[in-house]
Design a protein around this ligand. Structure first.
Ligand code: BES
Ligand code: MN
Ligand code: ZN
Length: 514
């Protein structure tokens, strides 16, 4: 996809699809819309009235111009009320533009990006958000699907022309800034697509070793990104007996993946560690899941996918921050050697874990990854894990739960999420619930004594392994996977967390410069 910034919108210029965002109840007020109405002999105004198109968010009106304008088709898409327009509105709108583009298999597309005087929204941000939404909305995982009539799958327009308009209605002239915004958007979207592909791949293919192989391919293609993989023998030498226990029921060997990015000038001080849950399939183990809960459990490595993709983007963007991504990749199956309820396993840091339920396997694997991060002097940690159904029950499918042991660090992560357009909500790391995970036979137990606050007991368990390191845990069990199509994500892995993490590293880079 070739993106070009244009400086004026000539409605006579040939394009397959012209996308015009419009604010609610102001459809016939924008300059380009009025010009277009003129070209169409006033029929546009009529059409808008007849179709009752108001410019509400989610509303769209696509029509053929019958050769009266340079654009073959025009899509008027609703931005919602002017005073509420924010970057996310543009992202979602562009996601819908992607659907229109797919429907007509357009080869060339023009995106107009009129930015009303919304509080704190700059034209370059809006343009970046649109580029991001378009690219993400075009994503499909179709490698196992035949197209009808053997035609090649549609991958998006070859050429996209972008123009930004300021609140005064004039074209935005700093095309360098817009170009940079589009490039950054494409880097972010590229990362999200990497994560989606990793999650959507079938579990028979996406085994722990395959995940390591994919991480290796990304590392070889990305200057500055280094891969280290521990096989199960090396994991045993490092005493990662918790992750190894989870993996034992499966014939697929586990592995420990470390991706390192240490740019020159970022210093050798304590770095940022991104830890992802990498259960390539979660059957529940001996505490086997009922069928309706087991389906989609290929997504149980979405945290791993997010950290692998995010560090790749960070390296591609050459951000001046030292980052390490860690994944203990395992498959959780019931087998002849499977770990059992009542077992006690010792994690890398020596903490012993009583297995109360083999389906609470994520935290057992994370115990070793977090232990590794602490042992390697992590300055700050963020972990992303599809950890609990409880979090989805509490927060719904769109929002990740955020828990941590350090207020300023939690605050940074939540702000980064907000900028990225990814939803997180704070949950309390309630130490009054510690009793819940006390064990009679070991230092800690992997499940709570009650069914209440499962996302919290999960985080309290993880806290044991981070010691005093500033740490945030993001329970992404809900937003990692879309059961229904979303504005800029089809059904399947969403790539949640990638944009949030890159924004977070950008914040750290700014902090260093300040
Ligand atoms: N991978 C699941 C959590 C999950 C559930 C992710 C739904 C995405 C959607 C996790 O390993 C799990 O099974 N958690 C259990 C924990 C329980 C046994 C304490 C759960 O949430 O039921
Ligand atoms: Mn489980
Ligand atoms: Zn799991």
């Amino acid at each position: 996809m070739k993106v070009e910034i244009i400086k004026a919108l000539d409605l006579k210029t040939r394009t397959d699809l012209l996308v015009l965002p419009v604010c609610e109840d102001r459809v016939m007020q924008g300059g380009p819309v009025l010009q277009l109405d003129k070209l169409l002999d006033g029929t546009l105004k009529q059409l808008v009235e007849e179709e009752d198109f108001k410019g509400k968010p989610g509303q769209g009106l696509t029509f053929h111009t019958m050769g009266k304008a340079g654009a073959l088709r025009v899509a008027l898409l609703g931005l919602g009320p002017e005073e509420k327009v924010a970057a996310e509105r543009f992202r979602r709108l562009a996601g819908r533009a992607a659907e229109v583009a797919r429907k007509y298999r357009v080869k060339s597309l023009t995106l107009a990006c009129p930015v009303p005087a919304a509080p704190g929204l700059e034209v370059k941000q809006a343009v970046g958000a649109m580029a991001e939404g378009l690219s993400l909305g075009l994503y499909r995982f179709d490698k196992y699907k035949k197209e009808p009539e053997g035609r090649p799958p549609y991958t998006g327009p070859q050429k996209v022309s972008v123009i930004g308009f300021g609140a005064d209605g004039r074209p935005y002239t700093d095309s360098g800034a817009l170009k940079a915004a589009v490039e950054r958007a494409e880097a972010l979207a590229g990362g999200v697509k990497i994560a989606r592909d990793l999650v959507n791949e079938i579990p028979e293919v996406m085994t722990p070793e395959e995940l390591a192989k994919k991480a290796g391919e990304l590392a070889s293609a990305t200057p500055g990104l280094k891969l280290r993989v521990l096989d199960s023998k090396a994991m045993a030498r490092w005493k990662m007996n918790a992750a190894l226990a989870v993996a034992r029921g499966s014939d697929r060997k586990p592995c420990f993946i470390e991706l390192g990015y240490a740019p020159r000038g970022a210093g050798r001080g304590p770095g940022l560690f991104l830890v992802g849950k990498g259960v390539t399939f979660d059957s529940g183990g001996l505490n086997i899941k009922p069928g309706e809960h087991m389906a989609t459990m290929k997504m149980d490595m979405a945290g791993a996918a997010a950290v692998i993709a995010a560090i790749t983007v960070v390296a591609r963007m050459k951000l001046p921050v030292r980052v390490t991504a860690l994944v203990a990749a395992v498959e959780n199956l019931p087998g002849g050697r499977a770990y059992k309820p009542d077992d006690v396993v010792a994690a890398l840091d020596g903490t012993t874990i009583e297995v109360g339920n083999t389906d609470a396997e994520g935290r057992v694997t994370l115990a070793d990854s977090l232990g590794w991060a602490v042992k390697h002097k992590a300055g700050r940690i963020v972990d992303l894990a599809t950890l609990t159904g409880s979090c989805v029950v509490g927060l719904g499918p769109h929002t990740a739960g955020a828990l941590g042991n350090d207020e300023p660090w939690l605050d940074q992560v939540c702000r980064a999420a907000g900028e990225a357009g990814e939803k997180v909500a704070l949950l309390p790391l309630d130490e009054d619930m510690e009793d819940d995970i006390k064990s009679e036979v070991a230092d800690v137990k992997n499940v709570g004594a009650t069914r209440f606050g499962g996302a919290i007991t999960g985080a309290l368990f993880l806290q044991k392994f981070v010691k005093d390191t500033p740490w945030v845990h993001l329970d992404i069990a809900g937003p990692a996977w879309a059961d229904k199509k979303r504005d800029y994500a089809p059904v399947g892995g969403t790539g949640f967390g990638v944009r949030l993490l890159v924004h977070l590293v950008e914040r750290l880079a700014q902090e260093r410069q300040a």
